[in-house]
Ligand binder design. Structure first.
Ligand code: PEP
Length: 256
């Protein structure tokens, strides 16, 4: 079968790091290092840094994303930011369902689905994160759990809307821990996600969707992970806070 042409996307997730001034500085350092990227480059930053990030990356190919959004357009939701607010300032991407949101802030597959609907309505591109905990992996329920997370999150998403969505497989036990899934483990679960897309939609959709791996990806392990047939990019936490490291991963992705 012909190898499908999918977009390779390398995205940084800065989490709760960087002030606006530090954002400008880090992106200025990154810009020349990733300017010849032969893949899509996205940097997702805290809400407070979005303006600085958009300014620093204007007229470059780096896209800026937020790390979450609320499902309502506006209203009495103190401390929240809506998808409409993000698109109003020119944000292109949003991460949804990150395991840190699920673990520390009580997010569920159902609230992730609602956030996806809101983001789709605002034409934002979405990086949907799914992943199992170590306990779940040891119980042998990774496949069922990942399929369920994907199915619930994509409830009500049309085939056309699916084009706005990237799925990131992020084993919870590998995030920020320095423990990386082996390339085989990462590829196997990314393949499960692709099969789930076939089941929900069709083979064409499954062939077209970008599936990233995330979890302690760095300049040393990126090559092997990105070489896997079902891994189409990376969602990078820690290593995205160092311009040379992030750029090295972008460089590797540009060659795969
Ligand atoms: C993440 O935050 O999505 C992530 C993968 O983090 P890290 O690369 O630090 O494990």
């Amino acid at each position: 079968m012909e190898q499908p042409l999918r977009k390779t996307v390398i995205a940084g997730n800065w989490k709760m790091n960087q002030t606006p001034a530090e954002t400008t500085q880090l992106l200025e350092e990154m810009k020349p290092l990733v300017k010849n990227a032969y893949c899509d480059v996205v940097v997702c930053v805290p809400y407070i840094d979005l303006h600085a990030a958009l300014q620093a990356t204007a007229n470059t190919s780096i896209c800026i994303g937020a790390e979450n959004c609320h499902w309502e357009q506006s209203g009495a939701f103190t401390g929240e930011i809506s998808a409409a607010m993000l698109s109003a300032i020119g944000v292109e991407y949003v991460i949804l369902g990150h395991s840190e949101r699920r673990t520390h802030f009580g997010e569920t597959d159902v609230t992730v689905q609602k956030r996806i609907r809101a983001a789709l309505n605002e034409k934002l591109k979405i990086i949907l994160c799914v992943g199992e905990s170590l306990e779940q992996r040891e119980q042998g329920i990774t496949v069922e759990l990942i399929a369920m997370q994907v199915k619930i999150a994509l409830g009500g998403v049309s085939e056309d809307e699916l084009k706005q969505i990237i799925i990131a497989y992020e084993p919870v036990w590998a995030i920020g821990t320095g423990k990386t899934a082996t390339a085989e483990q990462a590829n196997a679960v990314c393949a499960v996600i692709r099969q789930t897309i076939t089941d929900l939609y069709n083979q064409n959709c499954a062939n077209a969707i970008t599936i990233q791996y995330g979890g302690s990806m760095n300049a040393k392990n990126a090559e092997e992970l990105l070489a896997q047939s079902d891994v189409d990019g990376g969602l990078i936490g820690g290593a995205s806070l160092k311009a040379p490291d992030f750029a090295a991963i972008v460089g590797i992705a540009s060659k795969t």
